[in-house]
Every structure is written in structure tokens, then in C-alpha cells.
Design a protein around this ligand. Structure first.
Ligand SMILES: NC(=O)c1ccc[n+]([C@@H]2O[C@H](COP(=O)([O-])OP(=O)(O)OC[C@H]3O[C@@H](n4cnc5c(N)ncnc54)[C@H](OP(=O)(O)O)[C@@H]3O)[C@@H](O)[C@H]2O)c1
Length: 257
């Protein structure tokens, strides 16, 4: 009788959608890219909690419940992570100085979120950074024109690689709001990054493809559009990319976005 019960239970569990038990926290879900990430995860049947500094002004997005949290206030993050299985960060500052600078949000804020994700024992953390933010970018004078943002993003990347988390770093070229899914993508390691534009929606599609996908674990993946390639995120290319080594994560020769 007991074995029949266990058999029925396992059949019922197997029939559940793949991510029925997941809860994704998307930090920055109110932003241009984060919103599309939240929508792409919801479309895959994943429950999404959006982290925002102000739930009252956050946009209404199908399938997203909002939680108040500020990455510059680490004490706000543990409650936001309760029950979360996978974390995505698409937060980003737009100012070089002040309380919401690249240093406080892109570096210290992401560091606090990574540390909170470690404490919450999540299964994977996906971090959106930038194509030019490679290892070594911290001291690369060519990146000064971005107000130091790439340098601070590089520090967050290093902190995530050094954490105990299974991670995926997605490093886009210049973000654009033209329609996604119209062009293919070039997916490269950081050191082989090629400067170019990319639709925010194609970045979101890459995050969704890498969500809970071991083919993306331990990898830094740069993405730009490729008008010559077939639209979509090729699973074989994700699989073929190498896991990070000191050689593959160094700052690319081409910097720009
Ligand atoms: N622009 C480019 O060409 C480019 C290129 C490569 C990479 N990137 C990077 O890609 C990422 C996404 O860019 P985007 O333009 O789509 O973003 P965005 O529209 O500027 O959105 C930024 C998000 O960050 C959140 N945020 C800011 N400060 C926060 C804080 N202290 N605590 C919690 N959340 C905070 C905001 O949420 P609330 O205001 O709701 O709190 C918002 O949802 C950024 O990291 C950006 O730097 C940009």
C-alpha cells in the first residue's frame, strides 16, 4: 500500500511543470531589461517576485508580485529572499556619484545581494553586468568614460565567482529597445567579447534559457545581436561555451559597451 502511494506521488510530481516549485527573485524587475526578464520567466511557468525600492510605483507585470527592498540596505534583502530558489540581478545605477552611484548599486549593492543569496542557499544566481566589465577592467583606463561603471561591475562579477553559488554572468553589449527575437545572437566568453548592440528582450531570453540550466553554470556569457544568425538562443552554443578560467574572463581587447 505504502509503495503504491509513493508511486502515485512520484507520478504526480513528475507531471508538474519543470519549475512549479521555483520562486525567482528578480532584482531590478521594474527596469528596462529586468521587466522583460520577469516576463520571460513567467512565460516559462516560473513564479516571479520583483524587488523594487518602491512597490507603489512599480509597473504591473503579469505573474509578478512585488517586494520592497533596496540593495544599498542589506538588512532589507533577507526578508525579500524568503522562499526564493533562484536570484536574478538586473539592477544598475545611472549616476557616477551620490547615494545611487555605480559604486553603491552595481558593486556594493550586488555584493550585498550575492551575500544574501549565499545565506538563503539559493540554487543559482544570474547577474546582468556589461560586455566590457572583464577581469582587469577595475584598473583599465580605457573604461573611465563610462563613469567607472564597468570597473564597479567587474568587482561584483569577481565577488560572485568567488562565492559558493552556482552562477551565470550575462554581459550584454549596448542595450537597445528594438524588438527581440528578430535577429540571432553572438554568445562569447568575456575575453572574446565583440562590441555591438543587443535587444533587451534577447538578453531576457538568454537569462530565461540559463535559468536552472547547468549548461550555463560557472560561465560568463557576453551577448550581442547577429543579423546573420537564426533568431533565438542556441542551446548548443550555451553548452559549447567554456566555464570561466582566468584566461576567458580577462577584459576583452575591444571595449565599448
Ligand atoms: N545601457 C546599456 O547600454 C548597458 C549595456 C550593458 C549593460 N547594462 C546594464 O544592464 C543592466 C540593466 O540595464 P537597464 O537599462 O535595463 O536598467 P534600468 O532600466 O536603468 O533599471 C535599473 C533597475 O535597477 C533598480 N535599482 C536601482 N537602484 C536600486 C537599489 N538601490 N535597490 C534595488 N534596485 C535598484 C531599479 O529598480 P527600482 O527603481 O524599482 O528600485 C531598476 O529596476 C544594468 O546593470 C546596466 O548597467 C547597460
Amino acid at each position: 500500500m505504502k509503495s503504491l502511494y509513493l508511486l502515485i506521488l512520484s507520478l504526480l510530481l513528475a507531471a508538474l511543470p519543470a519549475h512549479a516549485k521555483d520562486l525567482a527573485l528578480v532584482a531590478g524587475a521594474s527596469g528596462g531589461t529586468g521587466r522583460l526578464i520577469a516576463e520571460a520567466l513567467h512565460a516559462k511557468g516560473i513564479a516571479v517576485r520583483g524587488l523594487t525600492r518602491d512597490p507603489a510605483t512599480a509597473p504591473k507585470i503579469d505573474g509578478v508580485t512585488w517586494v520592497a527592498g533596496d540593495v544599498t540596505r542589506p538588512e532589507s534583502l533577507a526578508p525579500a529572499l524568503a522562499g526564493v530558489t533562484i536570484v536574478v540581478s538586473a539592477v544598475g545605477a545611472r549616476e557616477a556619484t551620490g547615494p545611487n552611484s555605480f559604486e553603491t548599486v552595481d558593486w556594493q549593492g550586488n555584493r550585498a545581494l550575492i551575500d544574501a543569496a549565499v545565506d538563503a542557499k539559493v540554487r543559482q544566481m544570474l547577474l546582468v553586468t556589461a560586455g566590457s566589465a572583464g577581469e582587469g577592467a577595475w584598473t583599465d583606463p580605457r573604461l573611465a568614460r563610462f563613469g567607472g561603471s564597468r570597473n564597479w561591475k567587474a568587482k561584483a562579477e569577481t565577488h560572485l565567482r568567488d562565492s559558493a553559488l552556482a552562477y551565470t554572468i550575462v554581459a550584454p553589449g549596448g542595450l537597445r529597445d528594438y524588438p527581440a527575437g528578430q535577429q540571432g545572437v553572438k554568445l562569447r566568453t568575456r575575453s572574446e567579447y565583440i562590441v555591438g548592440p543587443v535587444a533587451r528582450g534577447d538578453v531576457a531570453a538568454l537569462i530565461a534559457a540559463c535559468f536552472d540550466n547547468t549548461a550555463c553554470f560557472g560561465k560568463t556569457i557576453t551577448i550581442v545581436n547577429d543579423p546573420q544568425a537564426k533568431p533565438g538562443i542556441p542551446a548548443a552554443a550555451l553548452q559549447a561555451l567554456p566555464t570561466d578560467t582566468p584566461e576567458t574572463i580577462r577584459a576583452p581587447a575591444a571595449v565599448g559597451q
